[in-house]
Design a protein around this ligand. Sequence first.
Ligand code: NAD
Length: 436
Amino acid sequence: MSVMKTLKKNKVVRSTSSSLNGQNLNPYEVARTQLKQTCDILGINDGTYEMLAKPRRSLVVSVPVKMDDGSLKVFDGYRVQHSTTRGPAKGGIRYHPDVTFDEVKALAMWMTWKCAVVGLPYGGGKGGIRCDPKKMSRGEVERMTRRFVSEILPVIGPYRDIPAPDVNTDAQVMAWIMDTYSTNQGYPVHGVVTGKPLQLGGSLGREAATSRGLFFNMLFALQVLGKPLAGLRIAIQGFGNVGYWFARIAKDADFKIVTASTSGGGIYNPKGLDPEKLQTYYKKNRTLEGCKEGDRISNQELLEVDCDVLAPCALENQITASNAGKVKAFLVVEGANGPTTPDADVILDKKGATVIPDILANSGGVTVSYFEWVQSLQEYFWSEREVNIKLRDIMENAFNAVHQTSQKRKINFRKSAYVVAVSKVLEAHKLRGLNP
Ligand code: NAD
């Protein structure tokens, strides 16, 4: 069955025409569809598919917060543990106005596959609060975080479920989570979150880890594709933690960043951009608009710009059936989670573009989160060099396993990454058995 037909059958697509821009896609249904396709490849029966598709445990909470003006606001919060078969749940917490229960369920499922594809001893989890942190003071964000942690306290912990940063949450937010959890336990629990500040047991190399992993994956892909490195032009959508560090690491390795963007649009310069200058401008103005380093470019134009590598590093559903045909890059490395819709995947495939999927491409972040957790539990800390060497080894092994499976089964990298990941989770499930 074609992807579009499967999506329609599963009611993922609500109306045929408007759905094509990606805005109407429900991320959880996209995640279920990706899993269903993998189960079909592996010959997994319907019951087992349902078991793998449904989150093991979900907690929906109300988060009352006293605002600075004295009013009381109640936010919707979620923590979903999609799987704990291979280890404790692991995954970030997102603060965004578009957060929904289904989005969190999808992100939790993607975390399960991500941890499995790289071989980390974790299941998958995710959390989020539907809020607009850009319109809140730091004090309001802190009170919201602490109250959210109090609400989800029974289900998190260093051996249960370990949160981390995601969109609009940072090391400071992780410090508040660690503090709220620790004060409830009565002693400091460093292992309850990752992405913490260094002073509280964070790991060297964590800040840039997702992007460093993305960079390694790009290099491995260029190698197997037999493409020359010299003169490579990179386009980056999203200039937050992932986009900025990816730009910086790539620029340091002499690659050319031709365009980068934030939610308000971006900057294009075919001669190459300096990520430091963009970062300085962005920090000052909270936008790249008006930056004199290049010409203005919209986010739509960015995806279709003349370049060799496209790195979507913002949000889900950016490369869709309506723009995939216009993507000029021969390689897409997914820094963001879920940036390419399933129907866009088919179009990119037909064009001969290679996509290194999110669960592999951006797994450097959770890999160094795992290193941080290990260091936190042992209270023994490694050098940044050690972290980066271990990261490269894990990324290389994961990439090679996915590449070999893709060659053996003659499937693209996304399907192959899913086959590797789902097989590992299923194997662990079979070994543990169903209780009772
Ligand atoms: P962030 O909040 O630091 O940055 C997000 C960036 O995307 C910002 O620059 C924002 O302006 C931009 N943006 C938002 N909407 C956009 C749009 N429509 N078009 C273009 N730009 C847009 O978040 P982050 O931590 O860099 O995460 C980005 C993505 O990477 C998310 O999908 C996240 O789940 C994924 N991810 C992050 C990590 C991590 O370690 N931070 C790890 C794995 C995956």
